[in-house]
Every structure is written in C-alpha cells, then in structure tokens.
Design a protein around this ligand. Structure first.
Ligand code: PLP
Length: 397
C-alpha cells in the first residue's frame, strides 16, 4: 500500500469515461451516462471480491462506520465496544450517532482482546466494533461467540485490511456489517471513498437510503422518490468510484507485491532473536500491508524507532507516541473538545477516559513497530532496506 503508487492507464481510462459523459453523480441522469455506472459497477465487483451479498459505497471509511452503525440501529446513549488501538475515525463515527465509544484492551493480535470485550459488556452495549489494524485481525470466532451470546451486533472496521482473510473468508464479511476505506493511503484508493458490506438485506437497504438523504432509490425520478426515514449525504462521486474500480481490478496484483516485500523484510528481521511478531489468529492471513513486530521493551522500541529514522527508513511507526492511532495521546477526545454541546449521556459515558489507563495495551503498543509495505519498491530496494533495518535495530539492542 498505498495503491496510488501504481496509478496508470487503467485509472485514467475509467476516469475519462466519466469525464466524457459528464455525469459525476452516482444516481440519476440515466440518458447522459452512455451506460457508465461506476459506483454501481464497483459495488457489484466488491460484492464478488468480498463474498458479500450487498455493498453500499459511501464517501469515506469514517462515513462507512457511521452508516454501518446507524443501519444496525446504534444511536443515542448506546455503547459500542472498540479497541484502544485504532484510528480516531472509528471513535468519531460512534460519536456522530450520539453513541458512546467504550475502549478496551488489545492483545498481541494488536486488536480487540475478547476477554476485555466480555468484561466491558453492560445493559447499554449495542455493538462490538473490531478494528482490523494494519492488515490483520482479532480472534473473530471468539468475538462472534460473545456477540451471539449477548445479542450484540458485530461490526468489522476493515478500513486497513482489504484482502486479508480469516478461515478463508475476507475480513469485513464475517461480522454483521463490514466497513472499508478507500482514502488516499489505502491498498486500493478512490482518493476518498468507503464501503459498507453486509449479507443482511435490511441493513443494506438502510445503508443505501441513509447515505443519500433517506431516498428509497425506487424508479428513476429522484424528485418522486419517497423517504422512509431521515438520512444524510455520504454519497461517493462517479469520479472517485471510477478510480476505485480500476484499483479493485488490480487488488490481487497489489496484494501479491505486498506479500513478496513483506516476506523479505520479515525473513531479515527474524534473524534478530529479540524480535517477535504480531500474532495472527489461527486460520487468518494478513493482507501484508504492514509488518508489525515487537521489541523487548518500550525503551528499546523508542530507540529502534529513532535509529530506523536516522538510517533513512521511512514509514515505520511507533504508535505509542502517535497522535492519531492510540488512545494515549487523544487529549482532545479525553477532554471532550467538540464544537457543539454533547448530550449528558455522552458526557457521562465518556468520563472514564479521563482516568482510565490501559496497561495491557501500553505493553503491546509500547513495544510495537509497524512498518508500511510499499508497492513501488524495486526488489533491490527491499533487500537494501531489510539490511539497513537489521543494522539499525541491532545497534540499539
Ligand atoms: C481503522 C480505520 N478506520 C477508519 C478510517 C477512516 O477512513 P477514511 O479516511 O476513509 O475516512 C481509517 C482511515 O485511515 C482507518 O484506518
């Protein structure tokens, strides 16, 4: 990742189809389109690729998470259990619905610890949101069992994990609803875009209507459509969908490049006895978008992160000190800094963040380094990079 590294003629051709007919909107204007329906086509191709009955494209991954949760009926005062290590977007998407994000510990998979999930369930819990960070997954069997037992909706935020699988099924297609991002830095990109996937027709219709002002999309006269309920505008444009369509058709190519580069780096780092790798649950296969490994302690990880930067190795993240992905530095969320007043339920529900600590997550994130795998590296560069990484890390051990 990211897919933009390999933009080429395929993306140009799909975009030109849209510019040639001039219809940038995904709905209506049937006569002008000359048969080009980029968003609809991308939805159908994603259904096949992801083994899902229904796909609804939206304007971003953040929108996908909000739309998925809204479609499952999550709203005011409901609690959504999610991991401490994610992206602020997953937190924001829950807040947008007036619901309460309940953060719980991660384990060595770098995502939800099922034991922590079970402990956090209350009478207000409506959903569990697993976030497949950096291309890999939690123990999804365990999470599904918990959700069934407590009648909770399981939502997969697979925004960073397209192409990864669990027991042969694509991530995103295992829970009740799955969410994807096609923003600029993802394995396949639309520039900006996202998708909600589900096998549940009722959830799908809700996602379809909710993401377009509640329109029922029956017939082809937009002004005559009815609105079974209120929605907002989370539509994707035809321009964005066109780029995504070309990129999706190259997904298998991108994944095999990622896997090849990942294997070279992993083999090199495996020769350092102090390094261990993120646990991938049995039956899981990562999408190889990142290589995640652990060093013996926080201090060594900090030093290794610095040494990698100094050696000119870009794209290696130590999330412990990062402002976007880990709860430790989300001061604006801990302080509930919003432009508008929050409901009392949400303010009370979020108070725990001011004092709660997450020692187990700190232990994993503190020792973790996460290295982005780029698509555009020539083979020699991957090998040179691997040697530099080994040297830099050995230098701090
Ligand atoms: C885990 C996760 N969820 C949600 C999102 C939001 O996606 P977008 O940037 O398309 O809104 C991202 C984006 O990086 C992400 O990594």
């Amino acid at each position: 990742m990211p897919g933009f590294e390999l933009f080429g003629d395929a993306e140009r051709k799909e975009l030109n189809d849209v510019l040639d007919n001039g219809v940038l909107m995904r709905y209506g204007f049937d006569g002008m389109r000359k048969g080009h329906w980029k968003a609809k086509t991308l939805e159908h191709e994603l259904e096949k690729q992801l083994g899902a009955k229904h796909v609804q494209l939206v304007s971003s991954g953040t929108a996908a998470v909000s739309v998925a949760l809204a479609s499952a009926g999550v709203g005011a005062g409901d609690e959504v259990i999610m991991p401490t290590f994610t992206f602020v977007a997953s937190f924001e998407a829950v807040m947008m619905l007036g619901a309460i994000p309940v953060l719980v510990e991660i384990d060595d998979t770098l995502t939800l610890d099922p034991k922590a999930v079970e402990k956090a369930i209350t009478s207000k819990t409506k959903a569990v949101m697993v976030v497949h960070m950096c291309g890999s997954m939690a123990d999804l069997d365990a999470l599904q069992t918990i959700c069934k037992k407590h009648q909770l909706v399981l939502v997969e935020d697979a925004c960073q994990a397209i192409g990864a699988t669990y027991k042969g099924k694509p991530l995103g297609s295992i829970g009740d609803l799955g969410c994807f991002s096609f923003d600029f830095v993802k394995t396949i990109t639309c520039g900006e875009g996202g998708a909600v996937i589900t096998d549940n027709k009722d959830f799908y219709l809700k996602a379809d209507h909710f993401s377009d002002h509640g329109h029922d999309h029956v017939g082809n006269d937009r002004g005559a459509e009815t609105h079974p309920f209120m929605g907002y505008n989370f539509r994707i444009s035809e321009l964005h969908a066109a780029v995504g369509l070309a990129q999706l058709r190259r997904l298998d190519e991108f994944l095999s490049i990622q896997k090849k580069h990942y294997a070279v780096l992993r083999e090199a780092l495996s020769q350092i006895p102090e390094i261990t790798f993120r646990t991938v649950p049995e039956g899981g296969e990562e999408n190889y978008g990142f290589l995640n490994f652990f060093l013996p302690d926080l201090e060594t990880a900090k030093n290794a992160s610095k040494a990698l930067k100094e050696a000119g190795i870009d794209g290696c993240f130590h999330y412990y000190d990062n402002n976007w992905h880990y709860i430790r530095k989300w001061q604006h969320l801990k302080d509930m800094k919003t432009l508008y007043p929050l409901s009392k339920e949400v303010r009370d529900g979020l108070k725990y963040l001011q004092t709660k600590t997450f020692p187990q997550s700190d232990r994993y994130i503190g020792r973790n380094i996460s290295c982005l795998i780029k698509l555009s590296w020539p083979e020699e560069e991957v090998r040179a990079r691997a040697s530099k990484m080994v040297k830099a890390i050995k230098g701090v051990l």
